[in-house]
Design a protein around this ligand. Structure first.
Ligand SMILES: Cc1ncc(COP(=O)(O)O)c(C=O)c1O
Length: 389
């Protein structure tokens, strides 16, 4: 029988969130969510929307085109790009070397696209030359999509080089470059306009250090022209033209009731990114990631990503043979209050995924994770032997 009493108020434990996301939310971002609630059609709130858009352009380095956050997560950012920029039956090339590349493939297939998959092993990046060769074989291609920061493997795609090579490639001029920036925005160097990216999507719960719930996107002028010229129908809630009428046109045209408090949070998160300075923040993530990776090597671990492609905010660590990776994760959580991730999906090799994102991208947090791993090892014979030599 259903109990008729209400539950007690929530009292979640405090965690150090060092997994693939969500990351620890900056306390100033949490505080912003407690400011007075405004209505989504209040003119004062619309001023705030414009500030969010302005700051988002700065963080994406996207001065032209359009930037706005979707009331959705990273996956919807992916889907919004596909359904707005590609008609069913059109061709998309997808670089796939992990779980999230696969997800782009699935989303595009569900939309009825003709999907050309260019694969690399987990831990590698798909070579740009292979992507361009696929374009030679499929000159009808409308979008080329890659994951800038593959959270399932800790690999960074050389996106700057891809943008340059694509534009210089015969037939590349009219192909839209789409990048999954879910784990890179605000933590890894990203120059949307200068690198020639046409559509990027991200999330709020990783390097931006806000709660999950929004997906900041950016579109180039070329992508907007594609949208203006399209004649296929787009689901109402995903239609960028309608969303734009609320976010950037004035008077604002109601589309849906946006999550006001999440927008406060994103406003504060973007403000903090810009107050720190983008370059400085990228560098902080780079230094923290490298420090953690050195520490893991020193403990005897090997990493999944090929070293030249290693991502800073996310490190995938191979679980040594005979070690129960899940049990280690549980011990880290239970005894140390530290969350790290495991492998994602059935194709993933056994791994731990450690994120140092947002306020956690520092040496102190890396040390806390390394120390906790060491303590857990000492209780697992195989790991203790590994650490000893
Ligand atoms: C690279 C990448 N793309 C897409 C997603 C999907 O984002 P979400 O879980 O917010 O829908 C994630 C989530 O971790 C991700 O890491």
């Amino acid at each position: 029988m259903l109990k008729s009493m209400p539950s007690p108020p929530i009292d979640p434990p405090s965690r150090l969130l060092c997994g693939p996301g969500p990351s620890t939310v900056d306390p100033r971002v949490l505080a912003a969510m407690q400011r007075p609630m405004l209505g989504h059609l209040d003119p004062d709130f619309h001023d705030l929307l414009e500030e969010v858009v302005r700051m988002l352009r700065l963080v994406y380095r996207a001065p032209e085109g359009l930037a706005l956050p979707l009331s959705a997560t990273g996956t919807s950012g992916m889907e919004v790009g596909i359904v707005n920029l590609l008609a069913p039956g059109e061709t998309i090339i997808v670089g796939q070397c992990g779980f999230f590349g696969r997800r782009i493939v699935e989303v595009a297939r569900r939309h009825g696209a003709d999907v050309i998959v260019v694969e690399a092993d987990w831990g590698e990046a798909v070579p740009n030359a292979a992507l361009l060769q696929a374009l030679d074989e499929h000159p009808e291609t409308r979008i080329l999509a890659v994951v800038h920061a593959e959270t399932s493997t800790g690999v960074e795609h050389p996106l700057a080089a891809l943008g340059k090579e694509l534009r210089a490639h015969p037939g590349g001029e009219n192909v839209l470059l789409m990048a999954d920036c879910v784990t890179s925005l605000g933590g890894v160097e990203l120059e949307f306009e200068r690198w020639g990216v046409d559509y990027a999507y991200s999330c709020t719960q990783k390097c931006l250090a806000a709660p999950p719930g929004m997906s900041p996107i950016a579109l180039s002028e070329r992508a907007l022209e594609r949208i203006e010229a399209r004649d296929h129908a787009v689901p109402f809630s995903l239609d960028i033209e309608l969303l734009r009428n609320y976010w950037t046109e004035r008077p604002a045209v109601y589309h849906h009731t946006v999550p006001v408090l999440h927008i406060y949070a994103l406003h504060e998160a973007l403000r903090l990114v810009l107050a720190e300075g983008l370059e400085r923040r990228w560098n902080r993530h780079r230094v923290a990631g490298a420090y953690l990776q050195q520490g893991l090597y020193a403990l005897g671990f090997s990493l999944l990503a090929t070293p030249t492609r290693q991502l800073a905010p996310l490190t995938a660590v191979r679980v040594p043979d005979d070690v129960d990776g899940k049990q280690v994760q549980e011990q880290l959580l239970r005894d140390h209050g530290i969350e790290v991730g495991g492998g994602l999906g059935s194709l993933a090799p056994p791994m731990w995924r450690i994120g140092l994102m947002g306020p956690n991208a520092n040496q102190e947090t890396a040390d806390a994770v390394l120390t906790a791993f060491e303590e857990v090892f000492s209780q697992q014979p195989v790991l203790a032997a590994m650490a000893a030599g």
